[in-house]
Design a protein around this ligand. Structure first.
Ligand code: ZN
Length: 476
């Protein structure tokens, strides 16, 4: 059994958001059909006399059953028609089999596709819809009855035609229950908005549902159940993960930390819409540690955080035991100069002084921000990232193993700049790499090669093991 990602026809009211981008052909009781113009927003009350926006009255009070030879623009209109019929009759249909048109298949469209490659009803060559009570009873709890009702349609000569159908059910139908059937349950936009307002106000799901129940005048008038409300809230929560909700929860967390210790430092930057943009924080202990060991810091934006789906950028240093310590951390929405300027300015406000040296992963935007906020502070690139980049850029070469060994020798064993230059140039010339990554790395070697920084305050910070250790620390 396959299922099409079709949009179930909303009950009673076809919501205005159901905007059609194609021609919609509707079967009229007399057998004729009307065509609504492209892009029309259709609003139809299934229980009343529906009216198209252009004023054409489409009589739907007696829903037509599907009939052999009925024609539609595409599988989309065919499906909509069948589901609407099922809704009126009081049963549900599902797609028991379908086939994507060749033209779409050739483009890579599939049932598992995403976005434009996701199979939709209008891309179908043929569709078979069956009554949900069809099928063989497999378990005691199952309520299938082996119903044989189906509608089969196929695309031919530019039209989607009902090829055959069987409409006699072997079970009673209950039109009055349609609105609570899985296919047709829905929450209209206005109700959804009210539910979300209550939710933000801290109203429980039960209470929230109860409120809607009262507003609508009881169970007979609602088209959703408590579980739908819970699901809708969960989906919305995920959507707004790092929008207002997150800024608020972060702010709450920061406030509680400040209450515990007034030395907790935090700052949040929001955009015009109040959505979390950047955050920076440091607790009292980290700030204290920074006073002693914060001369050289490493700032790395390559850690991403699952919780916030924003790059998590820690400021890391090394304490007197040679262990990595985190001085402060930032969540950033963009990796641009403006963002890094904000982060470094927060560092200044929090720590009271700039570091004496800063190591980062390779990034021009960070370099620019450093020169703006920490003028004169030496900026170096993290050796660990340099070596990572080496393997990313050269790893596919047949001679990679030898190149890797020679690069590491140049980096770790060459004690002064001359030795380093000689060793690096030898690799470039031997392997015809006086170009691309190797040449770029050579051009800014002063920013990362240990040979150029011996005897300075970088001791301990640039060793490969340290960085690898830090990486493990943040990735778990
Ligand atoms: Zn049936």
């Amino acid at each position: 059994m396959t299922s099409l990602p079709f949009v179930p026809p909303p009950p009673r009211h076809i919501h205005r958001s159901l905007e059609r981008d194609r021609h919609i052909l509707r079967q009229l009781p007399g057998g004729g059909r009307i065509s609504l113009p492209r892009g029309e927003i259709v609003s139809i009350d299934l229980n009343g006399e529906p009216e198209a926006d252009d004023g054409t009255v489409v009589n739907f009070t007696t829903p037509n059953p599907p009939k052999e030879g009925m024609r539609f623009d595409s599988g989309f209109e065919f499906s909509e028609f069948c589901h609407r019929y099922a809704y009126n009759e009081g049963f549900e249909m599902f797609v028991s089999s379908d086939e994507i048109k060749k033209e779409y298949k050739d483009k890579g469209v599939s049932k598992k596709g995403i976005g434009e490659l996701e199979a939709k009803a209008h891309m179908m060559q043929r569709i078979r819809l069956k009554c949900k009570k069809g099928g063989v009873k497999k378990s005691e709890g199952s309520n299938v009855t082996g119903c044989k009702v189906f509608v089969y349609g196929s695309f031919k000569n530019g039209e989607f035609i009902v090829v055959n159908c069987h409409l006699v059910h072997n079970h009673p139908l209950s039109p009055e229950c349609s609105r609570m059937m899985v296919n047709y349950r829905s929450i209209d936009e206005a109700t959804f908005d009210r539910i979300m307002i209550n939710e933000r106000g801290g109203v429980s799901v039960s209470r929230n549902f109860g409120t809607q129940l009262i507003e609508k005048g009881g169970f007979d008038n609602i088209t959703f159940n408590k579980r739908d409300v819970r699901n809708a809230i969960a989906v919305e929560r995920r959507k707004t993960m790092f929008e207002e909700g997150d800024a608020a929860s972060l702010e709450k967390y920061f406030k509680s930390q400040r209450e515990l210790n007034s030395d907790f430092y935090s700052s949040i930057q929001r955009d015009e819409d109040g959505i979390l943009k950047n955050a920076f924080w440091s607790d009292a202990r980290s700030r204290g540690t920074c006073k002693y060991f914060g001369d050289v810091i490493s700032f790395d934006t390559t850690f991403s955080s699952n919780r916030y789906r924003m790059p998590f950028a820690p400021f890391v240093g090394v304490n007197h035991h040679g262990k990595s310590v985190v001085f402060a951390a930032a969540l950033i929405s963009h990796e641009d100069t403006e963002t890094f300027v904000w982060v470094f300015e927060e560092w200044l406000k929090c720590m009271g002084k700039p570091p004496k040296g800063i190591l980062t992963d390779q990034d021009k935007a960070i370099g620019k921000a450093i020169s703006l906020v920490f003028p004169g502070v030496p900026h170096r690139l993290c050796l660990w990232h340099m070596l990572q980049n080496a393997s990313r850029n050269l790893g596919k070469l047949a001679e990679w193993k030898s190149i890797d060994t020679l690069i590491r020798t140049a980096v770790h064993d060459m004690l002064d700049p001359e030795e380093f230059d000689e060793a690096w140039c030898l690799v470039m010339d031997t392997y015809n790499q006086r170009k691309g990554w190797m040449l770029d790395a050579y051009d800014n070697r002063q920013q990362w090669a240990p040979a150029y920084n011996r005897g300075r305050f970088w001791a301990g910070m640039s060793s490969t093991q340290r960085s690898e250790g830090m990486n493990r620390y943040f990735k778990t």
